[in-house]
Design a protein around this ligand. Structure first.
Ligand code: FES
Length: 286
């Protein structure tokens, strides 16, 4: 067990967990997004303590020289003092792509027909999410969501767009992606996989372009360099944090794997839904 000092408090981190996991387990409101070393939303500086070999993977030499590291990759090998990296002023968000010419239309009977009134769309999305869930850069954004659930949600969203029927009741794109730190480059990468799937399933090229226009109309709602708060109307909801729940049925702790009995009050992470037993949620703060 190692001690990690952060904002003047000590937190305990096991040798087999990342510093990010340890912070989340102990209720710290800590920035993160992909949890896999891609987005760099979690970058911090190690003021004291040695870093493991993986901790700086993918950072440029300048950041490495500053002592920056990625808490989502870093398993401790030493007691540490860590601090947030100072922002340098300007936003690091890549410039948004030029606004689309909005050639997409909604509803779009021609598109819906070309998508087999749902049958081709279903095949496209199954193909697409199979690739996404096997992709190291994209899969982390679907942590805790089954592939089938992702397909069904996207199917209903697209069906509503193309038919005008009110069948999608999920979040709008801005809220659905509020915590995901996604660059223009990552947005384009995801889109290239989708375009490939559309072509493989025979969508005519002018409809592939129209689909791209539709997706690009959401780019400014999705691309960002730090998580946004979730909004419902004018109300901003917390982007992260914890709540407590008294369990109706037993469950397993996502940190230590021990059983949590029915009737016990446990803590869960609002964004991730991970559940922590009383030992794991308290043990840490020294
Ligand atoms: Fe650590 Fe994305 S790089 S959360």
């Amino acid at each position: 067990m190692y001690t990690i000092e952060y904002h003047g408090r000590n937190y305990q981190c096991r040798a087999d967990e990342t510093i990010l996991d340890a912070m989340l387990r102990q209720g710290v409101d800590f920035p993160f997004s992909c949890r896999k070393g891609s987005c760099h939303a979690c970058v911090h500086v190690a003021e004291k303590g040695r870093l493991s070999a993986d901790a700086q993977k993918g950072l440029d030499d300048h950041k490495k020289g500053e002592g920056c590291f990625l808490p989502c990759l870093c398993r401790p090998v030493d007691d540490m003092v860590i601090v947030p990296r100072r922002k340098t002023g300007a936003s690091h968000t890549a410039p948004a792509a030029p606004a689309s010419d909005h050639r997409f239309r909604s509803p779009d009977p021609e598109m819906w027909q070309a998508l087999g009134e749902g049958s081709v769309l279903s095949a496209v999305l199954t193909d697409f999410y199979t690739r996404v869930y096997n992709d190291q850069r994209l899969a982390p954004f679907f942590h805790g969501v089954t592939r089938q659930r992702a397909i069904e949600k996207q199917f209903l969203f697209m069906r509503q767009k193309f038919t005008g029927e009110k069948v999608y009741f999920g979040d709008r794109p801005r809220n659905a992606h509020h915590w995901m730190v996604i660059s223009n480059e990552l947005f384009d990468y995801r889109e290239s996989i989708m375009v490939d799937c559309l072509r493989r399933h025979g969508l005519p090229e002018h409809l592939v372009e129209r689909w791209r226009d539709l997706e690009n109309s959401f780019r400014s709602d999705i691309v960002k360099d730090e998580p946004w708060k979730r909004r419902i109307g004018d109300i901003e909801l917390p982007v992260a944090g914890f709540d407590e729940i008294t369990l109706d049925v037993g469950a397993l702790c996502d940190s230590c794997g021990q059983e949590i009995d029915a009737g016990v009050t446990a803590r869960y992470h609002l964004r991730l839904g991970t559940l922590y037993c009383p030992d794991c949620m308290d043990a840490a703060v020294a």
